[in-house]
Design a protein around this ligand. Structure first.
Ligand code: C5P
Length: 218
């Protein structure tokens, strides 16, 4: 069983994918976290997006793992360091989109994703899961929502996570910028797969989206 959930930033894919995986008792792949971890690592090592040679070396060194800690919380490990919170900042969101347009980055992460999922039941979430990485998936969903509503959701999420109030207009600009990069890049641009079920979540809450997906899959 392989379910893919793709869509733009802040549409709620992560929350929905996690719940669906729990309900079906299968694993969950957050492919965006891999792009984020890579961006953090490249940034810490001062490697720019256009420095292909240095990026190649870095990609050989990088080891990304998804684990559950003793309290059952999902954690992202970058070469044994817990980077779960560090990769969620706005700076890393922007950087992740930049590195995500580079061919060797996508090539290596795609192989890692395929290796993780091979012969296992998964919900894979991201931008290109149903289109380019797992075109053979049993069920493909594409979540979309009005950009302003996505900005509001993201502001709420950041407030809950960091306790800081963010300016919605600023977040909206960042979302539009990132959507634009993700949709217009040459490699694996964001778009629904031909056989994807498209769900507009603008006026739906998380439970309603989960129910719609769960019913289809069941
Ligand atoms: O989903 P998330 O916001 O964590 O992803 C961060 C960035 O990583 C996206 O804006 C996108 O540029 C990139 N990404 C991608 N392909 C994926 C998942 C994420 O290009 N499958």
């Amino acid at each position: 069983m392989l379910i893919t959930i793709d869509g733009p930033s802040g549409v709620g894919k992560g929350t929905v994918a996690r719940i669906i995986a729990e309900k079906l008792n299968i694993k969950y792949l957050d492919s965006g976290a891999m792009y984020r971890a890579l961006a953090l690592y490249a940034d810490l090592n001062n490697i720019k997006e256009d420095d292909t040679e240095k990026l190649k070396k870095l990609l050989i060194d990088i080891h990304i793992q998804f684990i559950k800690n003793e309290d059952g919380e999902d954690k992202v490990l970058l070469n044994t360091d817990d980077v779960t919170d560090e990769i969620r900042t706005n700076e890393i969101s922007k950087l992740a989109s930049k590195y995500a347009s580079i061919e060797i980055v996508r090539g290596i992460l795609r192989e890692m994703q395929k290796r993780m999922i091979r012969n296992k039941d998964y919900v894979a979430e991201g931008r290109d899961m149903g289109t380019y990485v797992f075109p053979e998936a049993n069920f493909k969903f594409y979540l979309d929502a009005d950009p302003y509503i996505r900005a509001e959701r993201r502001a709420l999420q950041l407030k809950e996570m960091l306790g800081i109030k963010f300016n919605i207009e600023k977040i909206l600009n960042e979302i539009n910028e990132r959507d634009n990069l993700d949709k217009t890049r040459e490699l694996c641009p964001l778009h629904p797969a031909e056989d994807a079920i498209i769900i507009d979540t603008s006026n739906l809450n998380v439970n309603e989206v989960v129910d719609e997906i769960y019913k289809k899959v069941k």
